[in-house]
Design a protein around this ligand. Structure first.
Ligand code: ZN
Length: 141
C-alpha cells in the first residue's frame, strides 16, 4: 500500500529496526513534526491486532482508543523507539502529535521513547544508545 507521507519526513532503512522515519527538513526543538495518522480503533481491537503482528504500528490515544498507523498512516508509524530519542509524543484532544525534543537536522532518524507498548516487557531494545535500558518497555520498577 502506498503511504502518503506527512510533509518534511521520509522513510528509509534504519540502523535500529527495519524501516525508519527520517527528517527531510529542519525541525526546531519543541515544535511539531507531524501527527500520527491512521485508523481509529478500540483498545480491544488494538490488542487483537497486536497479537497477530510482529510490528504493531499502533499507538494508544487513551484507555479506550488507539490509532493503527498501518491503515491510512502518514509515515510516522515507522518512527522507531530509542532510549535516547530526539522527539516525544504529545496527546492533545485525542490527537497524537510528534514533537521535536531538540533541533533535528535533515537526514536524522526521528525517534521517540515508546515507554509502554503492546509488546512483551521482555522484548529487547536494539536502539544502540549508550544509555539503552535493554528492553523497549520501561519497567515499572
Ligand atoms: Zn534502547
Amino acid at each position: 500500500m502506498k503511504v502518503k507521507l506527512a510533509p518534511g519526513i521520509g522513510i528509509a532503512k534504519s540502523a535500529i529496526d527495519g524501516k525508519g522515519c527520517f527528517a527531510a527538513r529542519f525541525f526546531p526543538a519543541r515544535r511539531k513534526i507531524a501527527e500520527y495518522a491512521g485508523e481509529r480503533i478500540s483498545t480491544s481491537e488494538a490488542v487483537q491486532r497486536a497479537a497477530r503482528r510482529a510490528k504493531h504500528r499502533m499507538c494508544a490515544v487513551d484507555e479506550n482508543w488507539s490509532i493503527d498507523g498501518s491503515r491510512g498512516g502518514n509515515g510516522t508509524h515507522y518512527i522507531n523507539h530509542s532510549c535516547e530519542p530526539n522527539s516525544f509524543m504529545m496527546i492533545t484532544h485525542s490527537h497524537i502529535l510528534f514533537m521535536a525534543l531538540r533541533d533535528i537536522h535533515p537526514g536524522e532518524e526521528i525517534t521517540i521513547d515508546y515507554v509502554q507498548t503492546y509488546h512483551s516487557d521482555r522484548k529487547r531494545c536494539r536502539c544502540g544508545a549508550p544509555s539503552c535500558r535493554a528492553t523497549i518497555n520501561k519497567s515499572a520498577t
